[in-house]
Design a protein around this ligand. Structure first.
Ligand SMILES: Cc1cc2nc3c(=O)[nH]c(=O)nc-3n(C[C@H](O)[C@H](O)[C@H](O)COP(=O)(O)OP(=O)(O)OC[C@H]3O[C@@H](n4cnc5c(N)ncnc54)[C@H](O)[C@@H]3O)c2cc1C
Length: 428
């Protein structure tokens, strides 16, 4: 996979609504809040700050949504990946309740943005979790009970094996749970639509302007090759791609590769046979399969297959057999696109929110699905900057766990850890 500073060669880049072309940062620029990174986190924070009347500038090393935000599976899943019971042990009952509500709100923030800014991003409702063994089914029942006890606002339904073919034309699964509130969308078109709303409302975006250095102090500065942004506050939203930009965060988040292939467009009858209700689907394994149809009926099939920090030699070579294992009906179908990106993993799976020197805020490490969590996290950081720190404080309390060795030794250790989980799963 060859990377340039343009959007990676993917189905999304090939079907984006327009090419972003914001200026490079040249000379001096002044604003209230400067944001490093133009993915969902940075863009969401910028939009919320604009609502609060702040002057913002987003500084992106490549193109808006160049990172995970423009490459992901487009699966719209509310809530955080972390285990809420473990989180409660760290932050108490009220803190856990706040995080739970944030999780529910996370999906609503996305929907409100799509509506408010009239963003065309192929939004579809319906999300199916599938079971491959009895343990998954037991978890589903526990999960549904828990949702009911907590007055979860969206309809969810257990799907027994005999009814599963109404949703997924594969023999691999023995049950499922549908969530009618979640769904799927075109993530790159969502993010570039949100970015356009920033500029329409007076915010600034600089593309192909990598922040090389951050000068902390009362008036922090972001320094790029040809310019400087002077701000009162800074938000670091580079997540897995931030790497060494801020030495205090290096090694706190581990970049884990996830990859997707897109077939040629399928006939209407084949698409209907594979995914008749047009929902997004994912299984329950650590190295899970996730897939859905695109608006032009391609199968977008993804898998989390790499914790070593190295991309596979052939993404298609890894993912096509997995896809054919689920859908043998796709034998002979052309693979038009293959791509991947990095997810920011935190060791305890809790998103990391915090502050450096009081006026530089950061959030990273969503540890799996992040489309919805980035949106609420952006809002929460923006609210904290404005003075409402209630939700930010809950997450800031949690200590980050770092793997010994920092950024460059972290991945082999994580790969070993993940192998252990995978082994346990195979032996179960
Ligand atoms: C292949 C794949 C599939 C996924 N599937 C799903 C899914 O289906 N559903 C879901 O909910 N989540 C999914 N995720 C996770 C989700 O995409 C991420 O959690 C989310 O997009 C993170 O957004 P972000 O804005 O924090 O980071 P990113 O989108 O990675 O953005 C960070 C940006 O910061 C920029 N940057 C970094 N350093 C600098 C610097 N020094 N100067 C300037 N700019 C800088 C980068 O160029 C990048 O554009 C997937 C991720 C991947 C990779």
């Amino acid at each position: 996979m060859k990377e340039t500073s343009e959007h990676t060669n993917s189905y999304y880049a090939a079907s984006k609504n327009w090419q972003t072309d914001y200026p490079k940062l040249e000379g001096d620029h002044h604003c209230d809040v400067a944001i490093v990174g133009g993915g969902f986190t940075g863009v969401s924070a910028a939009l919320r700050l604009i609502e609060h009347g702040y002057k913002v500038a987003v500084v992106e090393a490549n193109r808006i949504s160049w990172g995970a935000s423009g490459r992901n599976g487009g699966q719209l899943i509310d809530g955080f990946v972390m285990d809420l019971d473990k989180f409660e042990k760290k932050v108490g009952k009220i803190g856990a309740e706040i995080a739970y509500q944030m999780g529910i709100e996370s999906r609503d923030v996305v929907l409100e943005r799509i509506k408010k800014h009239s963003i065309d991003c192929d939004l579809k409702f319906g999300f199916l979790d599938v079971a491959m063994n009895q343990g998954d089914i037991d978890d589903f029942h526990e999960w549904l009970e828990e949702k009911q006890e907590n007055n979860y606002p969206h309809k969810m339904e257990f799907i027994a094996q005999e009814n599963l073919k109404q949703h997924v034309g594969s023999d691999k699964y023995i049950a499922g749970v549908v969530n009618y509130g979640n769904g799927h969308l075109h993530p790159l078109n969502l993010c570039i639509g949100e970015a356009r709303a920033i500029v329409d409302q007076g915010g600034a975006i600089f593309e192909q302007s990598q922040v090389k250095k951050i000068k902390h102090g009362e008036n922090p500065k972001l320094i790029t090759e040809n310019g400087v942004v002077h701000a009162k506050k800074v938000i670091l939203a580079g997540n897995a791609y931030l790497r060494k930009t801020e030495p205090k965060l290096a090694g706190a988040v581990i970049p884990a590769g996830s990859y997707i292939i897109a077939t040629e467009p399928l006939s209407e009858s084949l698409a209907n046979e594979l995914l008749p209700s047009d929902m997004a689907v994912c299984d329950q394994r650590v190295g899970l399969d996730y897939y859905r149809l695109s608006a032009d009926r391609r199968m977008l099939f993804g898998g989390l297959c790499n914790y070593s920090g190295r991309n596979p030699k052939s993404i298609k070579g890894v993912l096509q057999p997995k896809m054919l294992n689920v859908f043998p009906q796709l034998v002979g179908k052309r693979i038009d696109y293959e791509w991947g990106g990095y997810i920011g993993i935190s060791i305890n799976r809790i998103p990391q929110m915090g502050r450096i020197q009081n006026n530089t805020y950061y959030v990273q490490g969503y540890s799996g699905h992040g489309l919805c969590p980035t949106h609420i996290a952006g809002n929460v950081i923006a609210d904290a900057i404005v003075g409402d720190t209630e939700r930010f404080d809950v997450f800031e309390k949690v200590k980050h766990i770092r793997l010994p060795g920092g950024l460059w030794f972290a991945n082999p250790a994580l790969a070993l850890g993940m192998m252990w989980f995978r082994l346990k799963e195979l032996l179960a």
